[in-house]
Write a protein that binds this ligand. Structure first.
Ligand code: GDG
Length: 735
């Protein structure tokens, strides 16, 4: 049975050394719940670090650890102390985390940490690859493993790989500052499906893919390495039922069953009917906007003194990454701020902030959620923020107000919350007042809307949708009807050559026989290509015809020493027996109107250029910023369409080139011209471009039409790249 291999930095379990050896406790976090159906309920495997370094597990314990972990359907990746220092605390948390959360000033770039990150991603790749069997799928999680998709894809190209980023993907302007930006993108592009929490992160990623990696992006699909990679947003949900049920249990408990914290909370709330509690829960992380929140709370107490002694901010800050200096600094800052405000405002019976710096058991978490009138969640940047959703799930009476930063991914789905800008203290203070004074009917109305959405899109649903999308992601037949030119099909073509009298071999040039170069004039035929074509031409049953958009001077010069048929300028000129003739009588007086217009686009689009041919003008933008160039293409279309409306001119969109030419000439008409002249009972045609589609469409049914690259086509077959074309042509030589 096919399985899913889940990969994350940490395994969803705690491994501890105990007196009797090794103790493994499964953790019950949101991710583990979401993955349950693909992990526990099927024969899935989870690959990740156990939490113990190689130094902590001596050799004698290793087998015990492996066995204990295996029982939980997990496989450990062994990491050393040095790995944790450099890959985890170093590159992941001192480089990627701040960079992706827009904290450029905190982003350190250290070569040793980068090398370690690469090495550890390779360690993960080894373990993942060792687990893969035919038909398996791989789902990789988060920023610690950005290079892993490509490492796995390189070894196992047939395996379907999904990648999900739990943190924001920053805008191009931020991402571009990073020295290893290209490598990170290449790493991610090994996946077949790339998921983000929100459309904004998706949009930022696609922009970097276009502008840094120079890949073709159409809507949410990237063409790369002859694969189509799907990018989509999947807002992660929570285990809604778990939180709702825990809240219901909390209400049912009698005084004896209550926790110490619950009793203290009750005590505070019973002081008067106007006593209110405001809650915040987060890891102590600089992205969570903790100092802003405390300062805004201070501002609130000064602006609305009537709330003193009536409200209390309960702040649970969970220790996190305390080895990293910025986190130590944040801890000091938070301690000082809480101390100062409590010192300034406290009375004998009231302290404004209750501050807990620790983790709490789940039961206490529920005590806090269910006892708080307002949740005040103010991150300055947060991929999603599950705390906001958990608060909503525990409000079984449908009361309570969520005040949420608009910088969280969650805010996009939670429009009934009171949204705030975490940098605007005035707004936070006023919104907090609005929340505290909100009529119950309005609270219920807002909470009902939130609960409907959050309960529907639970973490299980999130995982299910991602897996469904992964299933269809690799199914490229959705877009491409052509079949792969397999060895079997190649043999059939060769058989047809042998059985027929004469075969016409129509070959496009750029992108088919040679790869694209930065400058079109550099893509000259190489020695090997000449040799290959000569060997084919030795077969008297095959006639070669190069059919290209290049001008006749260039083609004529390059192939001067051969006797191949040549068709140039997209079908305007035809060379046979070394004699050129015009297939179409075309004018070019329109150029004086079109060229000045295109020149204004060259001036406004850096790195683009104009090529004037005998009967067409081409605007090349392969070296330009693709995002900008694509906008220009739309503009050019608009400007030129009205100009050419009563002419026989047409605008053609090639591979990073836009060409204006007469519609009277095209490769289809030109190819038919050759066929009218001589009877060929077998035809093979290869091309990569949009312009070759005319040829594929117009050729008789018996032609073997072959598209180069994974693109929409009317051709029957496809090959991936120039190298594959050459290897196919080589089979035609019989050598
Ligand atoms: C990253 C992204 C994205 C907190 N304190 C305690 C405790 N928690 C639990 C909460 C919640 C989780 O931790 C925190 O999740 P968040 O989503 O709020 O934040 P990050 O840890 O930064 O997570 C974030 C997330 O990944 C998922 O993709 O939403 O944007 O930064 O579930 O309940 N749990 C217990 N005791 C505590 O003291 N038991």
């Amino acid at each position: 049975m096919n399985k899913t291999i889940i990969v994350s930095n940490r395994l969803p379990l705690q491994v501890e050394r105990s007196k009797d050896g090794i103790k493994v406790t499964p953790s019950v976090g949101g991710l583990a719940t979401g993955m349950k159906s693909v992990h526990r309920d099927s024969n899935g495997v989870w690959v990740g670090w156990t939490g113990l370094t190689d130094e902590e597990i001596d050799k004698s314990l290793q087998t015990q650890v492996n066995t204990a972990v295996e029982k939980e359907q997990c496989v450990g990746v062994n990491l050393t102390e040095d790995d944790i220092e450099n890959y985890y605390y170093g590159f992941s948390n001192r480089t990627l985390w701040p960079l992706f959360h827009y904290f450029l000033e905190y982003t350190e770039f250290d070569k040793t940490a980068w090398e370690s990150y690469k090495r550890v991603n390779e360690k993960f790749a080894k373990v993942v690859i060792s687990q893969i069997e035919d038909g398996d799928k791989v789902w990789i999680h988060d920023y610690q493993l950005l290079l892993l998709p490509q490492l796995v894809k390189a070894e196992k190209p047939e395996v379907s790989i999904g990648f999900f980023l739990h943190i924001p993907f920053p805008s191009y302007e931020i991402f571009r500052t990073f020295p290893k930006r290209g490598e990170l993108l290449e790493g991610m592009l090994g996946a077949d499906l790339i998921g983000f929490h929100t459309y904004d992160y998706e949009r930022h990623f696609l922009s970097s893919v276009k502008r840094i990696a120079n890949k073709e992006v159409k809507f949410n699909k990237i063409t790369h390495d002859n694969r189509i990679i799907k990018v989509d947003s999947f807002p992660m949900g929570i285990d809604y039922k778990k939180f709702e049920n825990a809240a219901l249990d909390n209400q049912k408990q009698n005084n004896r069953q209550k926790t110490e914290i619950q009793r203290r909370l009750d005590e505070h709330l019973s002081q008067s009917s106007s006593t209110k509690m405001v809650l915040s829960i987060d890891r102590l992380d600089y992205t969570k906007g903790i100092p802003n929140r405390i300062r805004a709370f201070e501002y609130f107490l000064n602006k609305y003194p009537q709330y003193r002694e009536k409200i209390r901010l309960i702040m649970l800050a969970v220790p996190s990454r305390s080895q990293v200096p910025q986190y130590q600094k944040l801890k000091r800052e938070t301690d000082e701020l809480v101390g100062r405000i409590n010192g300034e405002f406290s009375t004998v019976s009231w302290t404004p902030i209750w501050y807990f710096y620790r983790t709490m058991p789940f039961k206490n978490l529920i005590d806090l959620y269910t006892s708080s009138d307002v949740a005040l969640i103010t991150p300055v940047r947060d991929g999603m923020n599950l705390v906001a959703k958990e608060y909503v799930a525990t409000r079984t009476q449908k009361d309570g107000v969520l005040v949420l930063s608009e910088m969280t991914g969650a805010s996009i789905e939670m429009s009934e919350a009171l949204l705030i800008n975490p940098f605007n203290f005035e707004e936070i203070a006023d919104t907090l007042k609005q929340a505290l004074e909100m009529p119950v009917e309005e609270q219920r109305e807002r909470m009902t809307g939130l609960q409907k959405r959050i309960s529907r899109y639970s973490v299980e649903k999130w995982a299910e949708e991602f897996m469904n999308a992964l299933d269809t992601a690799q199914n490229v037949s959705e877009y491409i009807k052509a079949e792969k030119l397999t060895a079997e099909k190649k043999s059939k073509i060769i058989k047809d050559i042998n059985q027929s009298q004469s075969t016409l071999l129509l070959l496009d040039y750029d992108g088919t026989l040679v790869s694209f170069t930065k400058k079109p004039e550099e893509a000259k035929p190489d020695k090997e290509l000449f040799k290959l074509l000569e060997s084919i031409a030795e077969n008297p049953k095959i006639e070669i015809c190069i059919i290209s958009g290049r001008d006749k001077e260039t083609l004529g010069k390059w192939f001067a020493h051969t006797n191949y048929r040549l068709i140039s300028d997209h079908g305007v000129f035809y060379r046979k027996n070394k004699e050129w003739k015009a297939l179409e009588i075309l004018k070019n007086d329109w150029m004086e109107d079109v060229i000045p217009i295109l020149e204004t686009f060259v001036d406004r689009t850096p790195q683009s250029s104009l090529e004037q041919k005998s009967f067409s003008v081409a605007w090349h933008y392969r070296n330009s910023d693709l995002e900008m160039a694509e906008k220009r293409v739309v503009e050019i279309n608009t400007v030129l369409t009205s100009l050419i409306s009563n002419t026989d001119l047409t605008i053609m969109h090639g591979n990073k080139v836009l060409e204006v030419k007469s519609s009277k000439a095209n490769k289809g008409r030109a190819a038919l011209n050759v066929l009218n002249e001589k009877k060929f009972d077998n035809i093979i045609a290869l091309g990569d471009d949009w312009t070759d589609e005319y040829m594929f469409e117009d050729l008789p049914e018996y032609a073997h039409t072959i598209k180069v690259g994974l693109k929409k086509t009317s051709a029957k077959y496809y090959l991936n790249k120039v190298e594959e074309v050459r290897s196919f042509l080589n089979t035609l030589t019989n050598k």
